[in-house]
Design a protein around this ligand. Structure first.
Ligand code: PDD
Length: 277
């Protein structure tokens, strides 16, 4: 284990990424995207804890304690003089080693992180977005925030080609989540979402959505729904660290509810605003 020094913080243009790096060659690593509002982390603890859970699940030894990780991430914001809204991308790979599928011996994990300005998507949060449905062809362990994002990339691209913001993923018709966000259906005042099992990412904002529901006496039901149920949905919304809580107005050609952001979604957005803003 090693303590980070000032020399470990370099300008992004100075980074030389080794070719024989397991993140690059195998997607053998994990990552987090952490929101920063007004120069301060939002849900930092939740993200760092998930990072360590992901690392443990794929047997990557993180070379720092969680306490050290908090310090390093805060230092990253300080050195970049971040005062506005931004995101931190952080990845940990199994390290650099000659290409061989099995884990390399005596190889330390590599950690890369950077911070980048990211304004809040206020127009989309207010106005809502359109989505497509897409088959969820990912593996069974999507609770691990792994670097293997090709299925997510393919789904998001399919959405983009139809001028849509997200792809609502389903396995045999059962909605799991979106390509880079969680998804929720509102029906008769209750919020339904896929249970936090191994086949979806347990979103940090999802945790807050549950807490906001509790505080508003809205039933948060961890029960999956089907694509065909969407025709009876009153509201639909998605959540992520970059998208926040965003109304979904359309799925493929189906209009959700009356085609406008719904009251429950608005209420949860308000709670998010109070907490994060
Ligand atoms: N994506 N589901 C998937 C598949 C995701 O990739 C993400 C986050 C989420 C929402 O998680 P959270 O609320 O912790 O951000 C759900 C990030 C933002 C990304 O890959 O860019």
């Amino acid at each position: 284990d090693r303590i980070l020094t000032e020399d470990d913080f370099i300008h992004q243009d100075e980074l030389r990424y080794p070719f024989e790096e397991r993140g690059l060659q195998f997607g053998d690593g994990i990552y987090e995207v952490i929101r920063v509002y007004n120069g301060k982390f939002y849900l930092l603890k939740e993200h760092v804890e998930r990072l360590y859970r992901s690392a443990a699940a794929v047997k990557i030894n993180v070379p720092y304690t969680q306490e050290e990780m908090y310090d390093h991430l805060k230092r990253l914001l300080e050195l970049n003089k971040v005062e506005s809204d931004a995101k931190v991308y952080l990845q940990i790979t199994r390290g650099s080693a000659p290409r061989n599928h099995a884990f390399p011996k005596d190889t330390a994990a590599n950690l890369y992180a950077y911070v980048k300005d990211l304004p809040r998507p206020t127009d989309l949060i207010a106005g809502g977005v359109h989505t497509i449905t897409h088959e969820d062809v990912r593996w069974d362990w999507c609770y691990i925030k792994s670097l293997n994002l090709l299925p997510n990339v393919m789904a998001k691209q399919a959405a983009e080609e139809l001028n849509c913001y997200e792809a609502v993923l389903h396995k045999d018709g059962e909605v799991t989540e979106c390509s880079s966000s969680n998804v929720y259906m509102v029906k008769n005042g209750k919020v339904y979402t896929h249970p936090a099992k191994k086949n979806i990412l347990h979103g940090c904002v999802r945790m807050r959505v549950e807490a906001f529901c509790d505080s508003q006496n809205i039933d948060f039901v961890e029960e999956s729904f089907k694509v065909e149920d969407l025709q009876y949905a009153d509201e639909l919304f998605l959540s992520s660290s970059t998208s926040e809580i965003m109304p979904i107005l359309k799925v493929d050609h189906l209009q959700i509810g009356d085609g406008n952001p719904g009251a429950v979604t608005r209420l949860l957005q308000q709670r998010y605003e109070e907490e994060a803003g």
